[in-house]
Write a protein that binds this ligand. Sequence first.
Ligand code: ATP
Length: 373
Amino acid sequence: MVNPSRAEKPRYTPLRLLVMEGDGIGPEITAAALHVLDTVNDILDLRITFVPAEVGFRALKSHGTTLPDSVVEQATQADGIVLGPVAHNDYPPAAHGGVNPSGELRKQLDLFANIRPARTRDNIASTIAQVFDLVIVRENTEGFYSDRSMHAGTGEFMPTPDLAIALRKVSAHGSRRIARQAFALARQRRRKVTTVHKANVLRVSDGLFLRCVREVAAEYGDVVHEERLIDAMTALLIRDPHAFDVVLTTNMFGDILSDEACELAGGLGLGASLNLGENHAMAQAQHGAAPDIAGKDVANPSSLIGSTAMLLSWLSARHDDPKLAQAGKLIDRALDAVLSQPALRTRDLGGDTGTRAFAEAVADNVRDLAGQN
Ligand code: ATP
């Protein structure tokens, strides 16, 4: 990943990953991702240990809250985090223990960047006949998200029963640092950033965002910078996704565009992502807890498997350890190899392979690629 600050401790103290399986399909896809991760861990002798922690409905039952303070503390201490999807929309109100672990961890650990890649793969039908490979860099701690835009209280409130108000937070600091993330990432790719905004209407807030992005763009003369309005972008993404490399945008626009891009690439089950800050990173699927298919062994774990590969890449840069990057690439290649075979796909991609069997196939492929089968 891009420019994580160097760790103070030397590598070869074992790395500890905090693993929270979440709700809905979370336990199934987390078990699948861990199975693959543990396979590369063994093969490449990465010395990663996995520390489980409960969040979501299980934690609500055992601790009276969906995100115990002790888990936040563990997350702060961990070298990396894996979070399964959470069903926060179904949680009780905060007064009864319902806290969105995803939003709260992003806020508490200052995970300001949400990196969401989307690309077509061999043989997977896309809704458009075009090969593309783009990454959405989404601001993750501000915007319209009422649970993270305020120090205390919520950014959404109701002065009277017939009037609701939502605040949108955009800061110069938040805008500059997400822009730097996007431009630095573009330097490792095809050197193009498309900034998506609505400054023609949100003149003050997106105006500030755009001003900061332009300042940062000026520091990256070798990266092409273009600007698009969000409404036009939703159409352009469908018409010509190949035209985009790194897409930089604010929190909610990024959330919506990444679902669109993910669907164009084949479906939500493929959506990997990494939340990162200066000192922490959290692997997390782009999608939610999908309660409609929970417990049926049909969920596609590619999203979280791909997210853990991104986490390994981030850890590699942070700890100056090429073996971790090699591990991430091995997982990506194995995932691509399995997804290229229609008979091995999960139900969302037209196959009938179960979640567990899919993970086994990816792990087998990891072993094959490493020459151990
Ligand atoms: P959230 O708002 O929490 O992100 P959402 O409204 O986007 O959630 P999801 O739970 O992400 O809804 O998923 C929408 C639908 O897509 C699910 O009901 C499910 O049918 C399908 N889906 C999502 N993830 C997967 C997956 N990994 N494998 C297969 N199908 C999936």
